[in-house]
Design a protein around this ligand. Structure first.
Ligand SMILES: C[S@@+](CC[C@H](N)C(=O)[O-])C[C@H]1O[C@@H](n2cnc3c(N)ncnc32)[C@H](O)[C@@H]1O
Length: 179
């Protein structure tokens, strides 16, 4: 999807906290997080985007427990069924160190609903709801609102949410809670 300025904004937030840390970029696509003095592990199912780890996250993350300081997922979770997302959150919780953070950006279906209620159904609305559909995995299976995202994170052992919305995106940062 078109990202507007979201990467720049959330990148800024990450830079402040990321020096010397290990960041896992889940479903990295062809994107490279722009950090130095930071170990970035790029993970994706598609080898053509040159990830460090090629894996299907539905089968688990191929990483040791408590080995990562931050997990970054941008325009990724909406590509899975709800049960799969809860399993992905369990895996994120497992690989994160104590006090680890997860940074999530997902499309906001409330934004799409508001556009539709104004009589607007353009390509952005269609992509928010159904994905860009330009390659095999680029289809959406779950719609998020800020509340739904926070509820799923809470159920999966995360807390201290900071959630904002920008254009069609929801951006949430949450902290690992000990279970
Ligand atoms: C819409 S792209 C987002 C890419 C990047 N994070 C960004 O914001 O530009 C979603 C990514 O998730 C990856 N993906 C989809 N299903 C996956 C799976 N089961 N396991 C791992 N990666 C997957 C796709 O290959 C794709 O690169």
């Amino acid at each position: 999807m078109q990202k507007s300025t979201i990467k720049e904004e959330s990148s800024f937030q990450l830079i402040k906290d990321s020096l010397g840390k290990v960041i896992l970029d889940l479903g990295c696509g062809s994107y490279y997080l722009p950090y130095f003095k930071t170990k970035i592990i790029r993970l994706d199912i598609r080898k053509e985007v040159n990830p460090d780890i090629i894996c299907d996250v539905r089968k688990g993350l191929l990483l040791k427990s408590k080995s990562v300081d931050m997990v970054y997922c941008s325009h990724f979770l909406e590509h899975f069924k709800k049960t799969e997302i809860l399993n992905i959150f369990k895996e994120i919780h497992r690989v994160l160190k104590v006090q680890g953070l997860v940074y999530i950006t997902v499309p906001n279906v409330i934004w799409a609903a508001m556009q539709i209620s104004k009589g607007i159904y353009d390509d952005y609305v269609n992509k928010v709801l159904y994905g860009a559909q330009d390659y095999k995995f680029n289809i959406h299976q779950t719609g998020f609102t800020p509340k739904i995202l926070e509820k799923m994170l809470l159920e999966s052992g995360f807390f201290k949410f900071s959630t904002t919305t920008q254009f069609y995106n929801i951006n949430t940062i949450a902290k690992k809670r000990s279970l």
